[in-house]
Design a protein around this ligand. Structure first.
Ligand SMILES: [Zn+2]
Length: 225
């Protein structure tokens, strides 16, 4: 290369390097914004219902707020509350199998007993709503050994990563449930919040509007499974 061209080549190389680096920086900035633009997701999940008063109060709140949630049904409870189970389905919420009896000793007596319990609950949901459930939640939490069996039956197993404390905190007020939901869901995305809608959980229905308002203030979107 002739000596007179060397400065020009150096300048061009520096310009090229600056161009590539600025491109990379723009990509990084774009990626950062893309992450920030994705809203945090919240799944409200209700176990152990339906009950008459609490489930209907919860459905009223969800309707008013335009939110779809997921209900894990106990079919022995639903048998005397068919219209509430039907309302859950008609209003577009997701329905999953929780149990027929919710009696741990019976359900976990053997693998066959567990599958029988699931089949019984699923058959009842199908009979009333016309929809074959595809979601399952273990009564009392996860049982690693049996998860595969249940997946083989075509269910997605849904756990949770946040609670409102309506089972854990004894006689908690709506305010305490609200605070527990805020505390346990902090920093999680998505949030899968465990709540209960059986008859003794009136405080849960009372806490629900403030729980929803808080997630909305944080820019979250609500989803159903
Ligand atoms: Zn339960």
């Amino acid at each position: 290369m002739q000596k007179k061209f060397i400065p020009a080549v150096l300048v061009l190389s520096v310009l090229l390097a600056m161009f590539v680096l600025s491109g990379l920086q723009m990509e990084r900035t774009r990626a950062r914004f893309a992450v920030a633009e994705t809203p945090r997701r919240v799944y409200l999940t209700f176990d152990d219902g339906p009950s008459t008063v609490v489930t209907n109060d919860i459905l009223d709140v969800l309707k008013e707020e335009g939110i779809k949630a997921t209900f894990f049904i106990v079919s022995d409870m639903a048998k005397t509350r068919q219209e509430t189970l039907l309302r859950i389905a008609k209003e577009g919420h997701s329905i999953g199998v929780h149990s027929a009896s919710h009696d741990y000793a019976r359900i976990y007596a053997s693998d066959e007993a567990l599958l029988c319990d699931i089949d019984e609950c699923a058959a009842y949901i199908l009979e009333v709503t016309g929809v074959k459930p595809r979601l399952y939640r273990f009564p009392g939490g996860g049982h690693e050994r049996q998860k595969e069996l249940i997946r083989e039956r075509g269910y997605a197993i849904i756990g949770w990563n946040a609670v409102c404390g309506d089972e854990e905190l004894k006689d908690a007020s709506a305010w305490e449930l609200y605070q527990e939901a805020a505390k346990t869901s902090r920093g999680k995305d998505p949030v899968v919040l465990l709540l209960h809608d059986s008859a003794r959980h009136r405080a849960t229905a009372e806490a629900l509007p403030s729980i929803i308002a808080r997630f909305r203030e944080e820019g979250c979107v609500f989803c159903a499974f």
